[in-house]
Design a protein around this ligand. Structure first.
Ligand code: AMP
Length: 441
């Protein structure tokens, strides 16, 4: 099936073919015709399924078909996302797919100066992509008017709720025209009771669209565990990158400090590396990501929180330098590889301290991850397991202090874009910690 049959106009088909896409992904096949008909949609789709084009293409078409309002262009489409990175990526998609149309778009998120955003909004935009906190900053400064929004998209709605954004979302909804006057699209990877409640309030007779979840698509990612002593992990990582000639590797650590230290050590080993985490300024994160995408940076070392919403095309290798404390994070991490139908490889370096974490992951996956001991890196059997000194209540992590790890603290400055400890099961505390941090993203 090609894109031509979905009912998209020539300018959008041209933009799609400029991108080199030949076939719509399952979510695109299902969502595009329904959204073009003007229906509300509740879609179950994770990052990596092509969902962004799935809503961006039809919404651009609908906007372009309507006469342009006279005078300053009002915001007619609002896309809310949980993180800065995702907002930037969706904004890029809007530009990319809309390049042959005459629509204007803007992206607003915290952690960067507000004035250039105000300037852009003043000139008028058709599509606004925003994180909830910074959007409300604009609302309170009266630099954005949401009273003429015709299409609302909540992207990664489950993440937004996990991150404690529900109050901000409610505030934003109250500023929009009545929901019967708008088209509402909700995308979420999971459907908890809270998401269903939100959907019920937001959507009018929605069309339900489901595609394969990442938990099942993860099956096409080759996974392997290499048992190794903790103190030899860095050496093994450098060896793997060098000997297998990996050119683009995303490496996960548990802590921000660990990410920094590892990036520095890899640099000493002669590998170009950068760390990306919640204490880095938005500028530093954007630069690191751009360098990685371009191939100037070979190894990007990230914490779970910083990696949320990272969209890197066809990432071939993901390495768990340390296993995550929360098994679901393993699935999210390895989901960074093998996107949109490409093969991927996920390698985990596991020391004796992490055996329990590995068992929890395997229980979630409902299958063991193949384990391969590499010659020269055999674990020393005399080393006994020690408690992991980070994460919840431990040293080096950010948990235990609501709002801890917010960096320089100021409103919208260098704060993390995610829950305090990346533990999605610890909702009440996360939500507390996000109360004031709702502008963080
Ligand atoms: P998303 O789920 O929206 O984050 O998209 C995941 C990745 O798939 C992005 O890097 C897109 O550029 C890519 N992509 C989206 N649609 C297609 C398609 N039809 N064919 C190939 N790649 C696509």
């Amino acid at each position: 099936m090609s894109f031509d049959t979905l009912g998209l106009r020539a300018e959008l088909l041209r933009a799609v073919s400029d991108q080199g896409y030949t076939e719509p992904t399952p979510i695109q096949k299902k969502a595009i015709p329904v959204i073009l008909q003007g229906k509300d949609v509740m879609a179950g789709a994770q990052t990596g399924t092509g969902k962004t084009a799935g809503f961006t293409l039809p919404l651009l078409q609908r906007l372009s078909e309507r006469p342009l309002p006279k005078g300053k262009r009002p915001v007619r489409t609002l896309v809310l996302t949980p993180t800065r990175e995702l907002a930037a990526q969706v904004g890029e998609s809007v530009e990319t797919y809309g390049r042959h149309l005459h629509l204007r778009s803007a992206v607003v998120f915290g952690g960067v100066k507000i004035n250039p955003q105000i300037e852009k909004l003043r000139r008028g935009v058709d599509v606004l992509v925003a994180t909830p906190g910074r959007l409300l900053d604009h609302v309170s400064q009266k630099t954005v008017d949401l009273s003429q929004v015709e299409i609302l998209v909540l992207d990664e709605a489950d993440r937004m709720l996990d991150m404690g954004f529900i109050h901000d979302i409610r505030k934003v909804l109250a500023l929009l025209p009545d929901n019967s006057q708008r088209q509402n699209l909700l995308f979420s990877a999971t459907f908890s009771r809270e998401i269903k409640e939100l959907a019920h309030r937001l959507l009018n007779q929605p069309e339900l669209i489901e595609v394969a979840q990442r938990n099942t698509t993860a099956e096409r990612i080759a996974q392997v565990v290499h048992p190794v002593d903790k103190r030899r992990k860095r050496e093994l990582l450098s060896h793997l990158i060098g000997s297998r000639n990996w050119r683009q590797v995303l490496v996960f650590t548990r802590t921000k400090h660990g990410a920094n230290r590892l990036a520095q050590q890899l640099e000493k080993d002669g590998l170009t590396a950068a760390a990306i985490h919640g204490n880095k300024s938005q500028g530093a994160r954007t630069r690191a990501l751009a360098g990685f995408k371009k191939g100037d940076v070979r190894v990007l070392v990230a914490t779970d929180i910083a990696a949320r919403g990272l969209d890197i095309d066809q990432l071939p290798h993901v390495v768990n330098f340390e296993l995550p404390n929360v098994p679901e994070d393993y699935v999210h991490r390895i989901g960074r590889t093998g996107r949109a139908g490409n093969e991927g490889e996920a390698v985990s370096l596991v020391c004796v301290d992490e055996h329990k974490l590995l068992r929890d992951i395997e229980r979630l996956l409902k299958k063991p991850v193949p384990s391969v001991v590499l010659e020269g890196y055999e674990p020393d059997p005399s080393i006994k397991a020690e408690p992991i000194q980070n994460g919840r209540g431990g040293k080096g992590g950010r948990s235990g202090k609501p709002g801890g790890g917010r960096g320089r603290g100021g409103r919208g400055q260098g704060r993390s874009a995610g829950p305090a400890n990346g533990n999605r099961n610890a909702k009440p505390r996360q939500q507390r910690s996000r109360r004031r941090a709702s502008t963080a993203a």
